[in-house]
Write a protein that binds this ligand. Sequence first.
Ligand code: AMP
Ligand code: FE
Ligand code: FE
Ligand code: ZN
Length: 293
Amino acid sequence: MKPCVSVDMKVRPYRPDLHAHTTASDGILSPRQLVQEASQMGVSLLAVTDHDTMKGLPEALSAADEEVIGLIPGIELSTAGEEEVHLLAYFVHPEMKRLSRLLDEISLDRQTRCLKFLERFRSLGVDLHMDDLHIPEGTDCNRPHIGRALVRKGYVSSLSEAFQRYLAVGKPGYIQRIKLESTDVIRLLREEGAVPVLAHPELIRSTALKLPERISILKEAGLQGIEAYHSKHSRSACVYWDGLAREKGLLVTGGSDFHQQGDDHGLLGSAIRWWNTADKDADRLMKLKPVIT
Ligand code: AMP
Ligand code: FE
Ligand code: FE
Ligand code: ZN
């Protein structure tokens, strides 16, 4: 797999969307469909950042070549529970052996967790079976698979309601994922040659984990950027995180976090709304792209 397509000159000025999901994790578009949709929406630089997997990247890279848009191979890793923090990593590659091993471990955990979900829901009087989840071949189980099944079976009327009633942290259907530590993940990503970026910091529930002092700790571990522009960030949050990132000498990035039309996340290209420096910021990120040999 190539680290990134070589069409940089054709996609300036960059209209970036640096955070999006496919059927390889919990999105509903295949990698090829996602790239085509992004191109339709006028996105010229897309990062595919599926949760805990690089499996969608080869198809996304080949589709981006066809559509002549830039594609950054990425991933999103998360710590779990009340202390949940999400990290994006750019320019990842299956040859990153330690990262691949970590992903195998997470995948195994997701498989066991999926069975626990089914048991838990049955104990809650919700009749749910593996076949109801409609998980694509090769994809691991995510909470949205469970939530969409609850909608299809009529237990709730929307994915948001599925989270509010059952799947959110502290609700009866919640089951925690494997525990990771942000600083460990950041160090591993840097050692592997990827570019770690703090995802949608405004959405971090724990106040302590969003303090500037905490960001400094992440930077010391190797953090290189902050996703200041996110579809769920208010305008003032975007301004705040943009300022903090620059003050700390970190890259500024932005993304929609697209999963599917009409859910709680943004539409492709939607994070660019207040991101006036998108072209320059994306160019800074692209300068960190590993040289293709
Ligand atoms: P998991 O990694 O299996 O714990 O699932 C987490 C995923 O659930 C996140 O990546 C989001 O895409 C999704 N999610 C979390 N909260 C909500 C919500 N309120 N509505 C829709 N999707 C959500
Ligand atoms: Fe997700
Ligand atoms: Fe996230
Ligand atoms: Zn995401």
